[in-house]
Design a protein around this ligand. Structure first.
Ligand code: CP
Ligand code: NVA
Length: 310
């Protein structure tokens, strides 16, 4: 009789603003409790599987430690389970989801995660695909919220590639009422179909694009960047270094942002390329706290999903 429709987090399009707020609130509560040494076993006995096709430090370790703190356990499943290779997706998905309560996927193709979700009877969380990185954006906005006590009306600037990280950040800002402006080189902007979808989901949102980094950072309280070539784009590295040359976040660009502006980066960074050492290590850089918040935000997601799925 129980509903078999499981909630997933494939992208932030899966969450309403109120649902995102619930996740932030659970995350903040669990973070405050952990700081006092309290680890409530809210997910005791639950098992999370991690299906990863790409390298990871933050996503893998923060999900595994977060789950352990909640009293659950996790299985890291690399290439050897043969996802998409050894057997048909419907066989793989129906079998693996009998064993697990939740699956975190890191995949080359977003479509592959969407397809897995159609065959699974447990929740699927996107731990990064070519299109989206929703858990990153939740940690990003949690960090901005902690720095300024609010999100609504704040301007967040993203300098660089219209990629998985900027797409999720744009959508997260749109849902939470923060203003978002991305500055990308010509040819690397966010795609129009995505922007139309954001506009349909969040008609009041302010999501803007420019090719001028100084226009993007003007009035921004957070300046964000990511690598110029993402995992899987290694062959384009040299060309991108030329195309993105004017899009480095350095002191001059930070000085053009709001006086109190913080610096954010999803990490890993290529120091000296998209960002200078000086900015990475400056007093207003929040990169370490931001990476720390991956764990807290994802604990919020895990507990929230478990509550939805009853
Ligand atoms: N930011 C992020 O997702 O880091 P990892 O690739 O190390 O998981
Ligand atoms: N855009 C980067 C983010 C890594 C966390 C990538 O996809 O490689």
């Amino acid at each position: 009789e129980a509903s078999t429709v499981m909630r997933n987090l494939l992208s932030l399009f899966d969450l309403s603003t109120a649902e995102m707020e619930s996740i932030f609130s659970i995350a903040a509560d669990l973070k405050a409790k952990l700081a006092k040494g309290i680890r409530e076993p809210l997910l005791q006995g639950q098992v999370m599987g991690l299906l990863f096709e790409k390298q990871s430090l933050r996503t893998r370790v923060s999900f595994e430690t977060g789950m352990a703190q909640l009293g659950g356990s996790s299985l890291f499943l690399g290439e050897d389970v043969g996802w998409g290779k050894r057997e048909a997706p419907q066989d793989f998905g129906r079998v693996i989801s009998q064993y697990l309560d939740v699956i975190v996927c890191r995949a080359k193709s977003h479509e592959k995660v969407v397809e897995l979700a159609t065959h699974c009877t447990c929740s699927i969380i996107n731990g990064l695909t070519d299109l989206f990185h929703p858990c990153q954006a939740l940690a990003d906005l949690m960090t901005v919220q902690e720095s300024f006590g609010k999100l609504k009306g704040l301007k967040i600037a993203y300098i660089g590639d219209g990629n998985n990280v900027s797409r999720s950040l744009a959508l997260a800002c749109a849902k939470m009422g923060a203003e978002f402006m991305i500055a990308s080189p010509k040819g690397y902007e966010l795609d129009q179909p995505f922007l139309v979808r954001v506009d349909q989901a969040c008609p009041d949102a302010v999501v803007q694009q420019t090719n001028d980094p100084f226009e993007a950072v003007d009035g921004a309280v957070a300046v964000y960047t990511d690598v110029w070539a993402s995992m899987g784009q290694e062959a384009e590295q040299a060309k991108r270094e030329v195309d993105f040359a004017d899009f480095q976040v350095n002191k001059k660009l930070m000085d053009a942002a709001a006086q109190e502006a913080i610096f954010l980066h999803c990490l890993p960074a290529k120091r000296g390329q998209e960002v200078t050492d000086e900015v990475m290590d400056c007093p207003t850089s929040r990169i370490v706290e931001q990476a720390g918040n991956r764990m807290h935000a994802q604990k919020g997601v895990l507990v929230w999903l478990a509550n939805q799925n009853g």
